[in-house]
Each structure stands twice: as C-alpha cells, then as structure tokens.
Design a protein around this ligand. Structure first.
Ligand code: 15L
Length: 280
C-alpha cells in the first residue's frame, strides 16, 4: 500500500491557478509546469497566449476578490506570481502588491484551496551585506524598496493565513529568474527557469509543509549568498549553474569588482539612490 506521502507526491495536482501568468516568470513556468492530467489555470490582467491543451486562461485583476474567488474554484494550489515586479510609487505598490496579495489569500481561503505558493523576493532582505552571507530564513527583513516592503507584507499575509486558517503556504524569496544571467551580479543570484520549475514542483508536492520561507536560486559556482537548506528540505535539488555564462558576461562587463556599489548589498541596484522616493 502506498504511504500518504507517496500518494501526495504522485498526484498530478489536477488544477493549479497561476497568477501573473503572462509575466516574465509566469511565461517561463507555463510550459515547465505542464503535466498529463494537470490543468494550469492561467490568470493575468494582461493578455495571455491562447490556452493550449491542459490550460485555461482567465483575464482578471488580483485585486478583484469576487473574480479571484471564482478563479480559485476547484483549485488544489495557487502559485501567486502576480503583481508589480520592480520598484514603483507607494500607491501602486499598496494597491497591486499588498492589497492584491491579501485578495489572493482571502480568495484561496474562501474557495477552500489548501496551498498557496507566494513569489517573494530577495528584496525582502536586500539591505543585508556580504559579511552576513549566506542569509537564511531567519534573517530579519531589511527591504530595499517599496517593492521589497510589499514582499515582506506578502510573507506576513501568508504566515497569517497559514497559522490562522491552516493553509500550507510557502514564500519563495526568488533571486533572479531569467532565461540566462543578465549581469555580473546574476552570476551569483541566477535562478534558471528549469530550477525555478523544479523548486515550484517541490513546493507543490511536498507533504504538509505548513508555513515555510525558502530562497530560490540555482547551484551557482559564485553563489553562497543565501542558504539552500530550506529549499532542499522541501525536496528541491538545483541542477543549473550560471558559470556556463561567466566568460560571456566577463568579456562584456569585465571582472566583477567587489567595490562596485551593486555588490554592497544583496539587493544590488535596487539599493541604489536612483530608486529614492524623489526619483519615482
Ligand atoms: C526581483 O524581485 C525582481 O522582480 C526581478 O526583476 C529582478 O530584478 C530580481 O529581483 C533580482 O534581484 O535580480
């Protein structure tokens, strides 16, 4: 007889709602999370590519509680990627990222969805310095932007819904998820799309995680900025390494200079004065 653990792991999780599915990470994850017997319900306020086999599309705002509750109907897990992914004026951050994330969790609760995976960010802890590396789940938040503050709030909302209502909630502090590293910093912070999908699959299938905070990053030779222990405890094993792109990036940008302000803090250029309030 299969144990409960094996049964949970072998399930395809028949319907998964992905918010922000038209965005950068959503677009990368869409083909990678497809499985036989699984429906990906892809939600975005922006236009989505037409639904293929095993897909449904929903045009809605993550701030619309009624629409979100309908979108959560029959869903076994929500992957919440939606929201503004860069620094923006406070009013926009409050509306889309903070109110939107509250709305996603509340819709999930109302519809009886048992699990929410929240795309948090390294910018929750962006003002930590290299002498503190590797940062862990226990590192205190030092957000570097209003955007980072919204991810702290999102983690808090997730913790509330996990503890008060019993949802399984995993906040992933994603470092840099792009098809390939775009900068010298990303040689340390890259999360390859395939590793991103591996991490999400681990978050979807691990048995009864309760509330967790993990970092999302590949096995980069120049990494070590954040702990992978928390993600590994969920069953994630990264396979990719940004080193494959190092020569190309160094030929373009030169050797990484530890004195470059971009390396002063984990958050890189999100910590620079160009993102001070007067410039937004
Ligand atoms: C993030 O949270 C952003 O959404 C993304 O655009 C990248 O800038 C990333 O962090 C990063 O730190 O590289």
């Amino acid at each position: 007889m299969q144990s409960e653990r094996t049964l949970w792991r072998s399930r395809s999780l028949s319907t998964i709602l992905i918010t922000g599915a038209a965005g950068g990470v959503g677009t990368l994850m869409r083909p990678r999370l497809a499985r036989p017997g699984r429906t990906l319900r892809l939600l975005d306020i922006a236009p989505l590519e037409p639904a293929g086999e095993g897909e449904e599309t929903v045009r809605a705002s993550i701030t619309d509680l009624e629409a979100m509750t309908r979108a959560c109907d029959g869903v076994e897990a929500v992957i919440h990627l939606g929201g503004i992914s860069l620094e923006a004026p406070w009013a926009q951050i409050i509306d889309v990222n903070i109110n939107g994330t509250y709305t996603v969790f509340e819709a999930a609760r109302r519809a009886g969805v048992p699990r929410v995976i929240f795309a948090s960010s390294n910018h929750v802890v962006g003002f930590h310095t290299p002498d503190e590396f590797p940062l862990s789940e226990a590192t205190i938040p030092l957000p570097d932007t209003y955007y980072g503050v919204s991810k702290v709030a999102g983690e808090g909302i997730g913790a509330l819904y996990a503890k008060r209502y019993g949802l399984d909630v995993i906040s992933i502090r994603i470092l840099s998820c792009f098809p390939k590293p775009r900068s010298l910093r990303m040689l340390s912070t890259w999360l390859s799309p395939d590793d991103g999908a591996r991490l999400l699959e681990a978050c979807l299938t691990v048995e009864k995680p309760g509330y967790r905070v993990v970092y999302g990053v590949s096995a980069n030779t120049r990494g070590g900025w954040v702990s992978l222990d928390e993600a590994r405890a969920l069953g994630y094993e990264p396979k990719d390494d940004s080193e494959a792109y190092a020569a190309e990036l160094i030929a373009r940008d030169g050797e990484p200079d530890p004195g470059d302000p971009v390396f002063t803090y984990l958050g890189g250029d999100f910590t620079l004065p160009k993102l001070n309030a007067e410039n937004l």
